[in-house]
Ligand binder design. Structure first.
Ligand code: NDP
Ligand code: 2IT
Length: 453
């Protein structure tokens, strides 16, 4: 760790106690930014990074709602408006019991750099609640979403802050949130993305994160003259990102052998083909069941329950060439990273946000594998949200082919930025530096232009 990073981290830890995920995300970007500060001291004297780690605004609010038994429940809602130098705040909402201020600050911080990489004019934000949608009825989810929007609507808008989905927030939740916003403000606007196709949503938005992470892997492989054809892939999670990663990997000729949820994972040696994937989509999106059922439905699969006593995740201990962590933060530790390398994996494209611990990242970077960090590899989701915003502004929908083509071009552009920036700063092949610095420079230059913001 350089002296600059040590000094920054002392300040960040003292000022933001009990926010380990935020510290983790800041430390990684600080290492990359120290290369920029060495080369271009004007950013250091303007204290750009020091400003970037302080959110522009944090909104916290009570979310009271009534469950189906008539009992009152109280959750906490948040929106972290991190940076608006290059566009309105933009980023998802996460509903999960593990949500804290520190988790959302790490996600909002990552979002600033990710959104900058997309080439589209979007600032960075994240929000959500410690509400757990699991086991709740549709009516309970609706009442929660309505109360959440009652607390949030004053602070968002199509030119101010445009939330979207993340863990626990999909099409159903965006519908309830949009309906309540419209009722409160009396305006039909593009205030949220991930909307339904009949009411302002964009084709390909549901697919975009998984497709994008797969396009990013294909770009990384192309630097070695390879494709996904014939590659065996490990995917974690079984939600939105995981599902559409499997779909695109299959379309590009690869084979996915794993999926998981918070209870365990399945390994299907024969691969999760289109028919099995359709079954998973029905299980997860309609019946909202557990991945364990896959092994009952398909005899080719083995289910392994999660063992919290283990110091590694056995999902990452299977023969493969590519891995797409697509569940949550810190799901690959150093031991998992070493297992992946030992099993032949040399291409990791992160669908999730910060799924690899700092020690795990070091294992990948030191080994010189194709390692695409989340803020580059999973940027296709928010990029397509940006395309949804464009269509809403024009009041004209694009075709599936048009949106997919733009998504694919954006992922190629992000990949190019990573490779060229890593080269320029003396660390060829290091996509971590490429993404962090590439994302930083655009935001930093906008902040320099705009005075002391
Ligand atoms: P979903 O809610 O659709 O799916 C999340 C999946 O991850 C589920 O299978 C869930 O299992 C599993 N999971 C969640 N939390 C944990 C945990 N603590 N331990 C183990 N498994 C867990 O979310 P998404 O697919 O949208 O999001 C997945 C990741 O991708 C997140 O990191 C998110 O931030 C990131 N991402 C999402 C984007 C999007 O457009 N949706 C865009 C960019 C990144 P279970 O059902 O048991 O909870
Ligand atoms: O982490 C992310 O990039 C998202 N959850 C998507 C955000 C968005 O605004 O589409």
């Amino acid at each position: 760790m350089s002296d600059y990073v040590k000094e920054i981290m002392l300040r960040v830890s003292a000022k933001n106690p009990a926010e380990p995920e935020f510290h983790q995300a800041v430390a990684e970007v600080a290492e990359s930014v120290s290369l920029v500060y060495d080369k271009y001291p004007e950013y250091r004297s303007a204290q750009i990074f020091e400003r970037l780690i302080e959110p522009e605004r944090v909104i916290m609010f009570r979310v009271p709602w009534m469950d189906d038994r008539g009992e009152i429940q109280i959750n906490r809602g948040y929106r972290i408006q991190m940076n608006s130098a290059i566009g309105p705040y933009k980023g998802g909402l996460r509903f999960h019991p593990s949500v804290t201020l520190g988790v959302l600050k790490f996600l909002a911080f990552e979002q600033v750099f990710k959104n900058s990489l997309t080439t589209l004019p979007m600032g960075g934000a994240k929000g959500g609640s410690d509400f757990d949608p699991k086991g709740k009825s549709d009516n309970e989810v609706m009442r929660f979403c309505q109360s959440f929007m009652n607390g949030l609507f004053r602070y968002i808008g199509p030119d101010t802050d445009v939330p979207a989905g993340d863990i626990g927030v999909g099409g159903r939740e965006i519908g309830y949130l949009f309906g309540q916003y419209k009722k409160l403000v009396n305006e039909f606007t593009g205030v949220l993305t991930g909307k339904g196709l009949n009411w302002g949503g964009s084709l390909i938005r549901p697919e975009a994160t998984g497709y994008g992470a797969t396009y990013f892997a294909a770009e990384m492989l192309s630097t070695r003259g390879e494709t996904l054809e014939g590659k065996t892939c490990l995917v974690s999670g079984s939600g939105n990102v995981a599902q559409y990663t499997v779909e695109k990997v299959n379309q590009l000729g690869g084979k996915v052998v794993t999926l998981s949820d918070s209870n365990g994972y399945i390994y299907d040696e024969e691969g999760i083909d289109a028919k099995k994937l359709a079954w998973v989509m029905e299980l997860k999106n309609v019946r909202r069941g557990r991945i364990q059922e896959y092994a009952d439905a398909f005899k080719t699969a083995v289910y392994t329950p999660l063992d919290p006593k283990l110091d590694h995740n056995p999902l990452w201990n299977h023969k493969a060439q590519c891995a797409f962590p697509s569940a949550t933060q810190n799901e690959i530790n150093a031991r998992d990273a070493r297992h992946l390398l030992a099993n032949g994996v040399y291409c990791v494209s992160e669908g999730a946000n910060m799924p690899t611990t700092p020690e795990g990242v070091k294992v990948f970077v030191d080994a010189g594998i194709l390692y695409g960090p989340g803020k580059a590899a999973n940027a296709g989701g928010v990029a397509t949200s940006g395309l949804e915003m464009s269509q809403n502004s024009m009041r004209l929908p694009w075709t599936r082919e048009e949106v997919d083509q733009r998504l694919s071009l954006i992922m190629k552009s992000i990949h190019r930025t990573c490779v060229e920036t890593a080269d320029q700063f003396g660390t060829p092949g290091n996509y971590v530096n490429g993404a962090n610095i590439g994302g930083f420079l655009k935001v930093a230059n906008a902040m320099l232009d705009q005075g002391l913001v």
